[in-house]
Structure formats: structure tokens, C-alpha cells
Design a protein around this ligand. Structure first.
Ligand code: SF4
Length: 462
């Protein structure tokens, strides 16, 4: 069949079909004529005047009403620890907002905080109610089934290597079981005891050698199995508010060591308390080695008092949300800002200069900067001498810091006057410090605000 014939037939079929459809439509119009009249549009000039009941709007307006409120510390795994306010209705936290209380705080010396800390909250804090009531929140102790089976079987181990059977340790595949708090304590205590005992003494050293641990590590244990227990209390500033207890627990394990090895207090050793740098390198391990300070020893508000701010090793705008305004305000006050980064980050887009370097070349770049600063005599000698460990020399023979008694005949360390042990029952005396508090008065003196900030205080009383 030709294309032309096909088109002609199609047109004919189409016209025929149209006739049938028209008939169906006509029938349908007749059948549905009456119900269709309800679709006639109603014209309402003023919808608000015509609505029969507007009470429902109250429900909408009352969403932000609350029965009570309380202030709490938001403390997830960031270092911000914002004081937030929760609003409760019918016994349920309904929403969360900033507490607006920072400006009311004073330190021990009466310095009033600035209201500029507020509003302090981020998107995670705003959405925290979902974590309170989310169905994925863990509300009871849980134990991995394989681990429980291993514990219930009496902690069986390979007699040659001391290793438990791998079937008990199917992490990621295993089921989690809910247990009571009493059982959770029992399982934890018994496991810690079993591990400490297994790896104590000569037998413990043999096991660890067969498990191919580094001989230097095994030597460092000094025969105390409790040293294989590693604990981390959280980043330095978080600990002040909640989780340093794990370091105390590490020390407390010396009691267990004393019992297991039968040693007295002078030989008993606790578990290992690791810091954030050595534990998981969440923070840059090189930083405390070079600067002598942890990376979170400063308050970010201080940056506006610097002439030059180098943001390095942190994507401030993205990861320090409630504190990012200090960076913006520093720029408004004339601080020159530079980002050292491996990518064009959110922070890099805000600073005056961006130095994009290859990943892993930070130390070389830092040493280059130091060399330039020293060679051109660009450093503040007084600050460097008193506030950093730059003046320390390192011996090339043993890579240890050079100590004065090694080259000054008869040198004696001056007695520490700032640190002493208090007698039992003695109360600490408050010593007025020059160090700025977290809640600065407008004219507070900055001694050591940021380890990587080149500090030359500008006008303090802005
Ligand atoms: S920054 Fe956000 S998540 Fe972190 S403590 Fe503050 S409100 Fe909570």
C-alpha cells in the first residue's frame, strides 16, 4: 500500500470516528446535564468576609505559643556548645531557638559579655527536636549479638595467639540487642577485666607479638594489659562541659592493674587516654607539635583584634556556623584575612586573599613562611619569646628539646610559683588574670588569642 493511500484511509477513518465520538458526547451531555450545574463558578468578592468559620486560623497562630521553656546546652560533636532555648507545649519540645542570654553573663571578675554572641544557633540546633524524638534515637543500652555470645561463652580465645574467633566480631553485619543498664555495666566491666588480664605480663606480651603488634608498642605497655584499653574523652573544650570523665576512668584502671598484676600504687598503670590528635586525627596532629597549643585553645571572637588573620586547616564559614560572624565583623573592622586551603571553600570565598596549596604540603609551606619571617626579621620578638615555643632549640643528636642544664653549668630550674598542690580542705584563691575571659569586656587585653594569628593588638576599646 502506498503512503498516499494510507493517508487517505486514515483521514476517512478519522472522520468516521469523529461522528461516533460526537454521538457519545451528545449522549453524555444529556446524561450529565443536571450534575454539571454544580460546577458553575461561584464569585466571591471578599473571601475573608464569606468564609463561614475562621477559627482554624487560631490553630495556625498558636503554633508558636508554648506552655514552658528551658535553656540547655547543645553539645553534639562540635566545639560550639551553644546555650539554646527549648519551647515546650503539651509536654513536647516543639521548637528550639537561641537563648539570647549571652550578653547577660559575667565572668568571675565581673566582666560583662557582649550581646554580639547572640543569636547563637545553627541549622543543626534548630532541627534538634528531630533528634530528640526521631525513631532512630538510641534510648537504651545496646550490645552487638556476636560480642554478647563471646562474653556469654566465657571470652574464648585461640590459645596460641590470644585472639577470639572472628565469628564473634562481625561488625557491620551483626544485629544489635537491647539490654538493661545493669547488664550493660556487667558486660563492659567483665570485658575490660578480661582484656586487661589477657594482655598483662609475659603471656600478654607473647599474644601481642603473635598478633603482630609493633614491638615498640608492646614495650611501652610495661606489661600492664590495661594499657591496651584506649580511651578518648573528646576534644579539649568539650571536656570542660561533659566528657572528660573518660580520662578519669583511664586513670582509675590503675586500680584494676594493681589487682591483676599484684603491684603497688607506685607501679600500677592506668589505661591510655588519647587526645583528638592521636586518636583519629580529627584535628591536625602537627599543630600542637609546632605551636605548643591545641587548635581549639582560643575563642573565635578574638580575631577582630588582629591585623592579619590566616585561616588555615579549618573551613570556618561551613563548620563554625555560630561563630562565622566574627570573621565577617573582623573584616569590617579592617583585619586582613587570608585563607590557606586546598580548594575554593566557602571561607576562601570570603577572605581577602586565598592561597591554594597541594594537599599534604602544609608543613613545607609553613616552614617556608617561618624562614621568610625569621630571615626578614618580621616577627614580634617579645611575643615569640614569651608566648610560643619558637625559641626552643631541638638537639640534632636525639631530637629532644635542648634544656638549659645541658649547656649552662650549675643551672637550676626556678621553682614553680604558679602551680602548687592544695592541702586537703583548702579553698582555691582567685587570682586576677590578664588572660581574656570568654566573655570579654570591650577593653579586655588579648594575650594569646590564637596560636596561628599574628597578634599585634589594635585599638582595644572599639
Ligand atoms: S553550632 Fe549548632 S549544633 Fe553546634 S552547638 Fe551550636 S546549635 Fe548546636
Amino acid at each position: 500500500m502506498s503512503e498516499k493511500t494510507d493517508q487517505r484511509l486514515s483521514r476517512r477513518s478519522f472522520m468516521k470516528g469523529l461522528g461516533i465520538t460526537g454521538g457519545v458526547l451528545a449522549t453524555s451531555r444529556w446524561v450529565h446535564a443536571t450534575p454539571l450545574r454544580y460546577f458553575k463558578p461561584t464569585i466571591i468578592d471578599n473571601p475573608l468576609a464569606a468564609y463561614p468559620d475562621r477559627e482554624w486560623e487560631k490553630v495556625y497562630r498558636d503554633i508558636f505559643n508554648h506552655d514552658s521553656s528551658f535553656v540547655f546546652l547543645c553539645a553534639p560533636n562540635d566545639t560550639h556548645n551553644c546555650l539554646l532555648k527549648a519551647y515546650v507545649k503539651n509536654g513536647v519540645v516543639q521548637r528550639i531557638g537561641p537563648s539570647y542570654g549571652y550578653g547577660k553573663a559575667t565572668d568571675l571578675y565581673g566582666n560583662q559579655a557582649s550581646h554580639r554572641w547572640d543569636p547563637r544557633i545553627c541549622q543543626k540546633g534548630l532541627a534538634l527536636v528531630r533528634r530528640f524524638y526521631g525513631d532512630r534515637r538510641v534510648k537504651a543500652p545496646m550490645i552487638r549479638r556476636g560480642f554478647k555470645d563471646w562474653a556469654d561463652a566465657g571470652y574464648p580465645r585461640d590459645p596460641q595467639t590470644g585472639k577470639p574467633d572472628g565469628k564473634y566480631f562481625q561488625r557491620g553485619k551483626d544485629k544489635w540487642l537491647r539490654i538493661s543498664w545493669d547488664d550493660a555495666y556487667k558486660y563492659s566491666a567483665k570485658a575490660i577485666h578480661n582484656i586487661s588480664k589477657t594482655y598483662s605480663g609475659k603471656k600478654g606480651e607473647e599474644y601481642l607479638t603473635k598478633q603482630e603488634y609493633d614491638p615498640a608498642m608492646i614495650h611501652a605497655l610495661e606489661g600492664a594489659g590495661v594499657q591496651t584499653i584506649k580511651l578518648r574523652g573528646g576534644m579539649a573544650f568539650l571536656g570542660a562541659t561533659r566528657i572528660f570523665g573518660l580520662y578519669r576512668f583511664a586513670n582509675m584502671l590503675a586500680l584494676m592493674d594493681s589487682k591483676i598484676r599484684g603491684v603497688g600504687p607506685e607501679k600500677a598503670i592506668g589505661g591510655r587516654g588519647w587526645d583528638s590528635y592521636s586518636w583519629h586525627t580529627d584535628l591536625p596532629p602537627g599543630h600542637p607539635m609546632v605551636t605548643g597549643q591545641q587548635t581549639n585553645d582560643f575563642d573565635l571572637f578574638a580575631v577582630e583584634r588582629a591585623n592579619l588573620l590566616i585561616v588555615w586547616g579549618m573551613n570556618w564559614i561551613t563548620t563554625k556556623m555560630p561563630d562565622s560572624h566574627w570573621l565577617t565583623e573582623a573584616r569590617l573592622k579592617g583585619t586582613k584575612t587570608v585563607a590557606v586551603t586546598v580548594e575554593y571553600s566557602a571561607t576562601a570565598s570570603k577572605t581577602d586573599e586565598v592561597l591554594v596549596i597541594r594537599p599534604g604540603t602544609d608543613p613545607a609551606f609553613a616552614l617556608g613562611l617561618c624562614q621568610h619571617i625569621i630571615k626578614k626579621n618580621l616577627y614580634d620578638k617579645d611575643f615569640v619569646d614569651n608566648k610560643t615555643d619558637f625559641p626552643f632549640l631541638v638537639r640534632l643528636d636525639n631530637l629532644q628539646p635542648l634544656r638549659p642544664d645541658e649547656f649552662i653549668a650549675g643551672f637550676k630550674e626556678p621553682e614553680l610559683t604558679s602551680v602548687r598542690f592544695m592541702k586537703a580542705g583548702e579553698k582555691p584563691q582567685l587570682v586576677k588574670s590578664n588572660r581574656i575571659s570568654s566573655y570579654p569586656s570591650p577593653c579586655a587585653r588579648i594575650l594569646d588569642p590564637m596560636s596561628f594569628m599574628i597578634t599585634k593588638p589594635k585599638n582595644m576599646c572599639r
